[in-house]
Design a protein around this ligand. Structure first.
Ligand SMILES: Cc1ncc(COP(=O)(O)O)c(C=O)c1O
Length: 389
């Protein structure tokens, strides 16, 4: 039987988080494991209004096949927002609507990776990116992340020793660490990348969720010819609609991405695109995002306060300025998988570090999500983890 399956799929790890979520969804377990937005942030009444309005306004059009590139008005809105917020000059032709930014990662893999090609990623990195690239069997070159961003010496070494197809980064409130690249780090990466024929992918689902500090410009968007910027509505409106996008001014890349998307699913859900577009035209997205930021700031503070109070002093952790995650490191190389087993017996779970690396097991690190529990539950969960530490 084994020989019937492709090398690509056999090479692809299953999502550890989805497996954990299966065991925790139904019970009294406190979960810091998922990456779920807080459901109170979903604008349900407004989306209900938009749903009714688009059916009345556009009738059968919202139930028909659409274009691969996506709903024109939605693409134009996204371009306008990047202009307003980041002074970036995207036209709607530079934007491809995708089925979540997860599909953007899959399409980039399809279009750019041949087996054994070099792909540079953060260490630790977003496990969904590791998973979707694995399908195309690249050689992963992991570039260490520190509190300022990427280790640029390692990046330089990697770019000069292999032909790297793309560098994948999450510069704002990174998943899994919560780290934000500093301005200096961004400038250094941009300067380095400008010397190489390599795409720079900036995946930014969390950038709007800043609750401390100042927004920073992107690393390469608006500056590098080979820049690719990914966005998503998942963390600011709803993940269930599965809508994201790819922005690039590189026409050759865009043409191939559109062909790859045609082959994958023809186009993303057109009904959802109309609803979101209508929602954006009739509501103030910035006001909505402000509420989410306030909510997540309270939850992040609750987790930090509890970790400071309960965790042993030799356990270190990041202090995110936004987004959804914190990253803790156990002392003396202790395995967080072992801690996970003990913590789940106490009805609290997190994600051990292992799936965020391409080949490390029993890592001493762990990811904690704070957006999907209230402050009292967060405190209790951290107290339970600390008790088994
Ligand atoms: C860094 C990063 N990229 C992409 C995604 C996928 O998001 P989407 O729901 O837009 O597919 C996630 C989801 O958690 C993420 O953390």
């Amino acid at each position: 039987m084994e020989q019937l399956f492709s090398e690509g799929i056999k090479n692809t790890p299953s999502s550890f988080i989805r497996e954990i979520l299966k065991t925790t969804a139904q019970s009294d377990v406190i979960s810091f494991a998922g990456g779920l937005p807080n459901p109170v942030s979903f604008p349900m009444r407004e989306l209900n209004d938009s749903t009714n309005r688009v059916i009345t306004t556009y009738e059968s059009k919202v139930f028909q096949y659409g274009t691969t590139e996506g709903h024109d008005d939605l693409r134009a809105y996204i371009a306008k927002r990047y202009k307003e917020k980041h002074n970036l000059d995207y036209d709607k032709e530079d934007i491809l609507i995708t089925t979540g930014s997860q599909q953007a990662l899959d399409l980039l893999g399809k279009v750019l990776i041949n087996k054994k090609d070099a792909v540079a990623i953060e260490k630790p990195g977003y496990l969904g990116a590791i998973q979707s690239c694995s399908m195309y069997q690249p050689d992963f070159l992991e570039i260490e992340l520190n509190e300022n961003g990427l280790n640029t010496e390692m990046l330089q070494h990697c770019l000069s020793s292999r032909h790297v197809k793309f560098l994948y980064t999450v510069p704002n409130f990174q998943n899994p660490t919560g780290i934000t690249y500093t301005q200096k780090n961004r400038d250094e990466i941009c300067a380095l990348m400008s010397h190489y024929q390599t795409f720079l992918v900036e995946d930014d689902p969390y950038g709007d969720l800043r609750f401390d500090g100042e927004d920073l410009p992107y690393i390469g968007a608006g500056k590098l010819r080979n820049s690719v910027l990914l966005g998503s509505i998942s963390k600011i409106i709803t993940p269930g609609f599965r809508l994201g996008w790819i922005c690039t001014k590189n026409k050759e890349l865009m043409n191939y991405l559109v062909i790859a998307k045609q082959a994958s699913d023809l186009h993303s859900n057109i009904f959802a695109q109309y609803i979101i577009c209508d929602y954006l035209q009739h509501n103030d997205l910035n006001e909505h995002i402000k509420k989410i930021r306030t909510l997540y700031k309270t939850q992040s503070d609750a987790m930090l306060t509890a970790m400071e109070e309960f965790f042993p002093s030799d356990v270190t952790f990041t202090r995110p300025q936004g987004g959804m995650f914190m990253w803790a490191t156990l002392p003396n190389g202790q395995s967080s998988v072992e801690l996970f087993k003990k913590a789940s017996a106490e009805r609290v779970v997190f994600v051990p570090g292992d799936p965020f690396y391409t080949n490390i097991t029993n890592a001493p690190t762990m990811r904690l999500n704070y957006t999907n529990s209230d402050p009292v539950t967060i405190r209790e969960g951290i107290r339970r983890i600390a008790a088994v530490m």
